[in-house]
Design a protein around this ligand. Structure first.
Ligand SMILES: Cc1cc2nc3c(=O)[nH]c(=O)nc-3n(C[C@H](O)[C@H](O)[C@H](O)COP(=O)(O)OP(=O)(O)OC[C@H]3O[C@@H](n4cnc5c(N)ncnc54)[C@H](O)[C@@H]3O)c2cc1C
Length: 457
């Protein structure tokens, strides 16, 4: 490892309000760590930016000095896009202010905040925005990808509550993007990922949520319960969004030891509404089988994001897809594939969509798969390089069986899947429009460490 610092990097700190961390800094190893294990990149510098002028300065340094540029909000990129070998990282974590206007029911959120930080800040006013199923995911990454979570059927995707954004573009301009200012950019960042610049702040429409019921429901996994769960989630009122993780039961303290390792549906249930209709909506799920655990109860929505272990570093391979239905036969296939692997964690995660997500026109944002009814992620943990290939083969075979026509994807869950899969996230005219907008705001593809949309020539 060389300890010499490139001149372009050593002058980066001059006049900066934030902090430059290089390999000479004791904080370097901690600062270069991202959520997923197995990603071990060594940036020339990680810049903990404090404000817009810092971001403009780092962009200029990267652009003019030819450094690869990574942008990090929560660091949860599945493929390590928010770090770089030898380049510069804009680390937004210190820009995490949440400025709520309770009367106007809006909030300006800096993109270094996590989903749980924002949810907690809004909950003090009885207000919400929907993010995903993990509180430590960054608001920057999840919003720019689209955002599919616990409130998706009631409130739509995260981008469906987005009113405006502030973006620093490759040429250093600090732009406001909304329905009337740079509306092309505003369209593109709602699903187009980090391709168009560094998004510094997001303005959200907030929603009242006086009552909420949610938590974990664990059922034995059989073809009947899996298909029944999906059917119940499909016909449930929009207030109910559910995620079914079909997997071997983890050794959770509230599960009897004899259940550990047995195939279960670990359901994450969320009902955005009053207690009595929540009970009615949950009844079909509870009646599928005697629950092995039922922790679903009324309480604050913020409780859906329990504290997480900051040192948790999973190593996983995954494949995302949409499917049209999950019937008994598909459910049998899911259980057969889960039985064929001995990965420490293996899962078919099923999210029934529809509701408010599906009522937004397909061309209103860069997320165009509004009519896709069910999102499925297949994933397995691995340990070491050889094991990764074994798990990858299993994931690929499983995913191909569930969805042989690999022509659609949600960008937020894409791995290192190649250009065809990125195109699958942006069907038809969406891709062409994104490439035009990319050419307008980032013609030299400075922002390319992402699910990349190359600028139109
Ligand atoms: C455990 C886990 C659970 C998840 N659950 C869900 C879920 O329920 N629903 C869902 O929709 N997604 C989910 N995701 C996917 C997640 O939304 C994406 O991985 C997202 O990109 C992570 O955002 P981040 O800011 O934490 O990541 P980072 O690694 O910081 O950023 C990822 C990429 O987003 C771009 N980016 C991030 N911030 C900015 C910014 N401010 N300006 C410009 N570009 C930026 C950059 O290209 C960056 O490389 C999950 C991911 C994980 C790891």
């Amino acid at each position: 490892m060389s300890s010499s610092i490139h001149p372009g990097i050593s002058s980066l700190g001059n006049g900066l309000n934030g902090r430059v961390i290089t390999s000479r800094d004791p904080a370097y190893d901690q600062a270069r760590t991202v959520f997923y294990g197995g990603i071990d990149k060594r940036p020339a510098a990680i810049v903990r930016v404090a404000d817009v002028s810092d971001i403009q300065r780092v962009i200029a340094t990267a652009r003019d000095g030819g450094y690869e540029l990574a942008v990090r909000s929560g660091g949860h990129s599945v493929v390590g896009h928010s770090t770089t070998d030898g380049g510069v990282v804009i680390d937004l974590r210190k820009m995490a202010n949440v400025d709520v206007d309770p009367a106007g029911r809006t909030a300006w959120v800096e993109t270094g905040a996590t989903a749980s930080q924002v949810t907690e800040a809004l909950s003090r006013h009885g207000l919400v925005v929907g993010f995903g199923d993990s509180g430590s995911v960054g608001v920057g990454g999840i919003t720019l990808g689209g955002g599919i979570g616990f409130l998706v059927r009631k409130l739509g995707m995260t981008i469906d509550s987005l009113l405006a954004a502030e973006v620093v573009t490759a040429d250093g301009r600090h732009l406001r993007a909304d329905a009337t200012h740079h509306s092309d950019l505003f369209w593109a960042i709602r699903g187009g990922g980090g391709n168009f610049g560094v998004v510094t702040r997001l303005q959200f429409q907030l929603h009242e949520l006086p009552q909420f019921t949610g938590g974990i429901l664990i059922l034995p996994a059989t073809p009947e319960t899996i298909a029944g769960f999906v059917a119940a989630a499909t016909t449930a009122p929009d207030e109910l969004s559910a995620i079914a993780n079909v997997m071997p039961a983890p050794p959770m303290p509230f599960l009897p030891p004899e259940v550990h390792g047995r195939h279960v549906i670990l359901g994450m249930m969320a009902f955005a509404g009053d207690d009595a209709p929540a009970e009615r909506a949950l009844a079909p799920f509870r009646s599928l089988a005697t629950p092995l655990a039922d922790l679903v109860k009324p309480g604050p929505y913020a409780a859906m994001y329990p504290p997480e272990d900051p040192n948790y570093r999973p190593t996983a391979v995954a494949r995302t897809m949409f499917v049209d239905s999950i019937d008994l036969r598909t459910s049998e296939t899911i259980l057969e594939h889960l039985s064929k692997s001995d990965a420490a964690m293996r899962v078919a995660q099923i999210r029934v969509l529809g509701g408010a997500l599906a009522r937004v026109p397909a061309d209103a944002t860069a997320y165009a798969h509004r009519s896709k009814p069910i999102l499925v992620n297949v994933a397995a943990f691995y340990q070491g390089d050889a094991d990764r290939e074994v798990r990858r083969t299993w994931v690929t075979q499983f995913a191909t069986t569930l969805q042989p026509n690999d022509n659609a994807a949600y960008v937020g869950f894409l791995s290192d899947d190649g250009e065809a899969r990125i195109r699958a996230a942006y069907p038809g005219a969406t891709w062409d429009r994104l490439r035009k907008i990319k050419a307008t705001y980032d013609p030299s593809n400075l922002f390319r460490l992402n699910q990349n949309i190359p600028p139109e020539p």
